[in-house]
Design a protein around this ligand. Structure first.
Ligand SMILES: O=C(O)c1cccc(C(=O)CC[C@H]2O[C@@H](n3cnc4c(=O)[nH]cnc43)[C@H](O)[C@@H]2O)c1
Ligand SMILES: [Zn+2]
Length: 353
């Protein structure tokens, strides 16, 4: 893990503005958000794990040669989550870390298949995440909702289990709002998941698959055409297809942009080559996200600082980014209005002479 936490290209007072700015995060993974402290504590409980118990050693462990390596490391952390109490602790601590960054609302991507196949009973899993969600809202004021995603490389078996857990009224958690598709894209064509997304959408869930992260714009087109995506996870390669950019802009389909993630997984070579500026120039709605922050040596505040540098944003531009995420979220309208008003008040007060 390379420490990206302070983007030196941004003035100190802009970092201070970002730190206090109320925010919403739409693309952040449950296990991927486990802090070094949590991962180390869980690794210490399971000596058979290859995950280091020392937070410092974890820095090197979270340094990836490519996307496939990232997935291997990610799954070694998934293997540490073995009981409902592990699930609850992780979820509550992730909410604490979000609250510390003034995140008022987050849609956390969870892969229930990966936990149920490792022996955690589905009902206990759902109870654990819901208990943590309600505790976090009461104690931190941070509103959490869930996105359940299919780990695509695990195939149609995982798709069936994920959509079953997402649509069975005896299991479906109250906080569930969306349905996604994660994992490697190479060799995992999106059209095969259409039946499962159709069932999720029919059950009232929003479609938010990853696409165009490690494959070309055709994967983004597939996510739009076959999976009826309302937002796109990453969509990085959309910049290679002007017609796709125009389509995303015309139909107001937001991209969940995770700049540092794309560098850490080698999906993009350098941060200055990231296509975020092309998206903005094409009028595409972009939201800024951290994806798997501790694994990528970043957090949401740093991602806003990176965006400020790449897009040359001032405080008002950053406030607009934050409101983009609120607008693109699946929070109810009163909740959206509340957070948007808080962003405006904070920004006005900050800029007051
Ligand atoms: O759980 C299993 O047994 C399993 C078997 C085969 C493959 C997988 C996966 O591919 C799990 C991938 C896992 O990674 C999550 N994730 C986190 N960040 C990203 C990202 O930037 N791009 C794609 N996937 C990501 C994803 O939510 C899955 O949970 C699992
Ligand atoms: Zn992701």
């Amino acid at each position: 893990m390379t420490d990206h936490l302070v983007d030196a290209g941004v003035p100190r007072d802009l970092h201070a503005f970002i730190a206090g700015l109320p925010k919403a995060e739409l693309h952040v993974h449950h296990v991927g958000s486990a802090s070094p402290r949590i991962v180390s504590a869980l690794a210490a409980r399971h000596p058979d794990s290859k995950v280091p118990t020392d937070p410092e050693a974890l820095v090197d462990y979270f340094t990836f040669t490519d996307f496939a390596h990232f997935i291997d490391v990610y799954l070694s952390v998934v293997d540490l989550i073995r009981t409902p109490e592990d699930v609850r602790l992780l979820t509550y601590e992730v909410a604490r870390d979000l609250a510390r960054q003034q995140v008022r609302y987050a849609e956390l991507t969870i892969t229930p298949f990966s936990s149920t196949r490792r022996g955690i009973e589905a009902g206990a899993f759902m109870a654990a995440i819901e208990d943590a969600r309600k505790a976090a809202e009461a104690e931190f004021g941070t509103v959490l909702r869930w996105c359940f995603d299919i780990p695509g490389e695990a195939g149609l078996e995982s798709a069936e289990e994920t959509v079953r857990l997402a649509t069975d009224d005896r299991l479906r958690p109250e906080g569930l709002v969306s349905f996604g598709l994660g994992g490697p894209e190479i060799g995992v064509p999106r059209p095969q998941f259409k039946p499962y997304f159709d069932r999720a959408i029919a059950a009232g869930l929003h479609s938010v698959p990853h696409a165009g992260e490690t494959t070309g714009p055709e994967t983004v087109w597939d996510a739009l055409t076959h999976l009826r995506a309302e937002r796109i996870g990453h969509g990085t390669s959309s910049a290679q297809d002007p017609k796709l950019l125009a389509h995303l802009a015309e139909h107001r389909i937001p991209l969940e942009v995770c700049p540092t993630s794309n560098i850490a997984t080698r999906a993009v070579r350098t941060i200055d080559e990231h296509p975020l500026k092309e998206f903005a120039k094409a009028g595409v709605a972009v939201t800024i996200n951290s994806d798997d922050p501790p694994m990528f040596g970043t957090d949401l505040n740093n991602e806003y600082a990176v965006a400020a540098r790449l897009l040359d944003l001032d405080e008002r531009g950053l406030a607009d980014l934050a409101k983009n995420a609120v607008d693109a979220s699946f929070l109810d309208e009163p909740g959206k209005a509340r957070i948007a008003a808080e962003i405006d008040t904070y920004t006005t007060d900050w800029l007051a002479p």
